[in-house]
Write a protein of this length. Structure first.
Lengths: 352, 165
């Protein structure tokens, strides 16, 4: 199965650090593109969806940026496989719904991926570590332009690139940054920051968890408007907002170090103590403890492990990823044991 | 901050809508946001549903219900129900009706980003250049730099002539 090739592989964005990696985890840019005349996927028949796939596959074969790509037929996948791809940040939840004639294209090292026949004919994305939106945009833009030299995408002079939903029309671009803000949460300033950012016409929300809590203190910041501004302007706008938020987080960290240093040091080392000795642990607790480790590395209080390992553990301890690593379906109780083993194994191997 | 709807739970979904150049803010709790269909079941922003809400009432009172896309057969009334187009040609078919909706979503109706590299590229690029120049002209007029504004105006005229040829 092609999807199994991704199990042992750690994505390129998880192997390196980038600008402001201390606080910014990753930068992702997604472009939506459609073929002219062919109905959008939700209105297309089987033949039309097949035509989208064959057109796309042909263009990819001649592409330099998309060499050595893996092509996954979504209808071959189990529910665990699908969830695994969501956890790897390669597909949306929506793309995992059981519909026929959908393929996923994954480039070498998972830098670029393309969902074919999601809401639009093509959803192309690029992920890079740290704050590198411009770089991600350049890469995905070049890859898209290369495809566009072979196929024609639906475009209008006034509306730009045409998309299934009018919220994506124009650039078809969604630029999003995954950001870790533990000190703003601890100092209870996060609500204020979220409100301030929302005022700027930018979406911000917790990455994991439901209700009022954002487990692991991860937030996603992305643009809402796709028309009326150039790609660079949209990206520069988000980058400057992200830098401001990073500044707030840095101030909050300084405040914690000044006022509550011992208490936070204690929490960080307790998190390390629990994770390196744990026998049963669910994903939510894992997120919260790893968040403390990540903060500890940023505050230079935790020297036992590095940030790259912590980032990787956030990804591989997710429920479906865990089951793919184990190579079988696990009951929730079995998962919590397997997760504990995986965490201890990783910490022991790297522990100094 | 408490949710603006139930006024009980902490607001965690913060959403801004641009309405006639004015930002309207919504601060909701997860439950109310889900009820209002601003976020979907998995907690992601559900823009399509928001659009559905907007498309239902934005300046579409007098619209011919039978307005139809020639290419895919989608009725404008279908679009109002789902918030999704049927194909790329729907934009042209519903052009006049869409303008207020697109303006409401994006605060603009003119694309100024990347343009198609193929055969229409040149003309579209010029149009996008004109749009950028117009924005710049407004800026310099506000700064009362009228000479500079006249220069830009001439540039725009020249570009516009180029398209008409």
């Amino acid at each position: 199965m092609p999807v199994d090739k991704l199990v042992g592989q750690i994505a390129s964005w998880l192997q390196k650090e980038g600008p402001l990696s201390d606080i910014v985890v990753s930068s992702r840019v997604r472009l939506a593109r459609n073929y002219d005349l062919i109905p959008f996927p939700h209105r297309a028949n089987k033949e039309q969806l097949k035509e989208v796939i064959s057109k796309t596959e042909k263009a990819i074969k001649n592409s330099k940026y998309l060499k050595n790509t893996l092509i996954i037929d979504m209808s071959d996948l189990t529910n665990i496989d699908i969830q695994f791809l969501v956890e790897k940040h390669l597909i949306s939840q929506e793309f995992g719904k059981p519909k026929s004639e959908r393929i996923l294209v994954v480039s070498d090292k998972e830098i670029i991926s393309i969902m074919v026949n999601e809401e639009d004919h093509l959803r192309l994305q690029c992920i890079q570590p740290g704050l590198q939106l411009l770089d991600s945009w350049r890469l995905i833009n070049q890859a898209t332009l290369e495809l566009e030299s072979q196929v024609e995408f639906a475009f209008s002079k006034t509306c730009g690139y045409l998309t299934s939903c009018p919220t994506n029309v124009g650039t078809g671009m969604r630029a999003s940054v995954l950001i870790h803000l533990p000190a703003l949460v601890i100092t209870k300033q996060i609500g204020k920051v979220l409100q301030a950012v929302a005022k700027l016409g930018i979406a911000i929300r917790g990455l994991y968890g439901e209700g009022t809590e954002a487990y692991g203190n991860f937030f996603q910041i992305s643009n809402q408007v796709t028309l009326g501004y150039s790609e660079e302007d949209i990206i520069n706008n988000i980058e400057s907002i992200v830098k401001q938020v990073v500044g707030y987080e840095e101030n909050a960290r300084t405040l914690i170090m000044k006022e509550d240093k011992k208490a936070i040091e204690d929490k960080i080392w307790r998190a390390y103590g629990v994770l390196s000795n744990v026998r049963i642990i669910n994903f939510q607790e894992t997120l919260n403890l790893l968040s403390f480790l990540r903060l500890g590395i940023g505050l230079k209080m935790m020297d036992k492990i590095d940030r790259i390992l912590v980032n990787k553990m956030f990804i591989i301890t997710q429920p479906a990823y865990l089951q793919k690593l184990e190579g079988r379906k696990l009951e929730p109780s079995e998962r919590d044991i397997a997760r504990a083993n995986l965490i201890r194994g990783n910490l022991e191997r790297r522990g100094k | 901050m408490l949710c603006q709807i139930c006024e009980e739970q902490e607001a965690t979904v913060h959403y801004t809508e641009i309405l006639n150049n004015k930002a309207v803010e919504l601060h909701l709790c997860e439950d109310c946001a889900r009820k209002k269909e601003i976020i979907d079941q998995s907690g992601n922003f559900s823009m399509a549903d928001l659009v559905k809400g907007l498309a239902g009432f934005v300046g579409t009172e007098d619209v011919e219900e039978n307005l139809k896309c020639d290419n895919c057969g989608l009725l404008f009334s279908d679009f109002r129900k789902t918030g999704r187009f049927g194909c790329s040609r729907c934009y042209k078919a519903f052009q006049a009706e869409l303008e207020p909706l697109i303006k409401r979503i994006h605060g603009s109706t003119k694309h100024v980003g990347n343009v198609m590299p193929a055969k229409h590229a040149k003309e579209a690029q010029t149009l996008s250049k004109i749009e950028k120049l117009k924005i710049e002209m407004e800026k310099v007029v506000q700064q009362e730099a009228f000479e500079k504004a006249a220069e830009i105006r001439d540039k725009i005229k020249k570009l516009e002539k180029g398209i008409k040829k």
